[in-house]
Design a protein around this ligand. Sequence first.
Ligand code: ADP
Ligand code: ASP
Ligand code: MG
Length: 477
Amino acid sequence: MINCCCKNYFIYFCPKVLISCTDGTDRSIRFNPEQMKVLKFGGTSVGSAERMKRVAELINFPGKRLVVLSAMSGTTDQLVKINQALGRKENKEAVKLIRELEPRYFNTIESLFKNKEQAAKASEIIRGHFDFLLSFTQDVFTIEEEKTVLAEGELMTTEIFQLYLEAIKMPSALLPALNFMRINENSEPDMPYIEKHLKKELSKHLHTELLITQGYICRNPFGQVDNLKRGGSDYTASLLGAAAGADEIQIWTDIDGMHNNDPRYVPGTYPIAELSFDEAEELAYFGAKILHPACILPAQKKNIPVRLLNTLQPDAMGTVITQKAGGEAIKAIAAKDDITVIKIKSERMLMAYGFLRNVFEVFERYKTPIDMIATSEVAVSLTIDNNTHLDPIVKELKSYATVDVETNQVIICIVGDFLAEKHGYAMKIFDSLAQIPIRMISYGGSKNNISLLIGAEYKKAALLALNKGIFQLGGQK
Ligand code: ADP
Ligand code: ASP
Ligand code: MG
């Protein structure tokens, strides 16, 4: 049975209290219990029969709900390996990897469905998916087919889960994400298309309150199966929340909200109760894995609160992300890996204008975003996180400058509300990092972020040192 402390019940029965106290503004007047909530459950949250049963309990509350599911944990990683084996033409290895994935799904079905007919129906559907995966080992494999293989995880989870809802007599419908999720030629979400086609799909189920769909997967402008990049189910949830005008987006995962530091490296981290959209966006972009890097923006544009919640501990408050959030000045630290720094040095830069424009144009032509930038009179250093076009970029830059490239760098990002009139934050940060060689510093670009570039070998030491210096928390992990 549903836990009555669950936030959804709380919101439903006491909308005024919760909504007015979380985002600072009184939205209770325009709160409409008929409005939709989007709830996204990540890989761990749907990672076994037990977890799926738990999700079914958590979504069992009144009102329109759009539930976005990821693939069962570990599945997408395995599908990536299958693609790699197929790409190397090692078809026997691919068959082995597919066979490794199978038992998990059939065991889940066995534990979920007590009724034989229902179990047989679910098994037949999943058998079809595995036969489909095996069909790629029978023929020549092309790069275009990789995304089709990757989509299988989310397709399988949602189909099993929706059949389970049918089995426990929770009325629901499955919305195929491939009918409405689409990216454009720049690999950006095609919002007008998504809005139009989501509404069309929703209109087929006006009397069904509980709707299930796949995270992560989409189509490209040519109609081929594509995806929103790893961790993309969070992005699906916020895009759908924005497209449907939802009143809240909930991201349910395996931790009780956004923590003040990366719990994978630092012991004793704690959840942050409130974050602003800007703060959450910086943290997600700069490596806080709990959120897909781009998933805050769609919610921010429509001013829809995003709540981070823990499936394993549903009563925990988690984190609420809204337009405005108070709290401590320095909120959290994150680290972004696999950064490349490019140093461009030229005498022609000295007292000249137009040089930086030329540099930026090169990156623009190769659609490669720049994260950090530092300039001196004759040199500019900048960082990128996508090396796809590194060689042609460097070749072009070398035609008018000396260029040095170093890979395997990390950006450490300290996020908070650094208002100009408050003193001492920078000193605290640099004091903490006295033993760490810092390669680049970015301070003042936004009031929410101080970024530092260091070699990857110093990442853990830097996160621990900052934890101690800023939050007075010690310990090793
Ligand atoms: P899901 O499969 O539900 O999408 P993810 O694994 O993508 O879950 O994200 C949750 C994980 O993010 C946590 O288990 C945690 O290890 C990691 N993580 C990294 N940085 C943070 C942070 N600052 N706060 C919370 N979790 C973080
Ligand atoms: N299943 C996808 C991945 O593992 C998307 C997600 O989980 O958000 O990256
Ligand atoms: Mg994730």
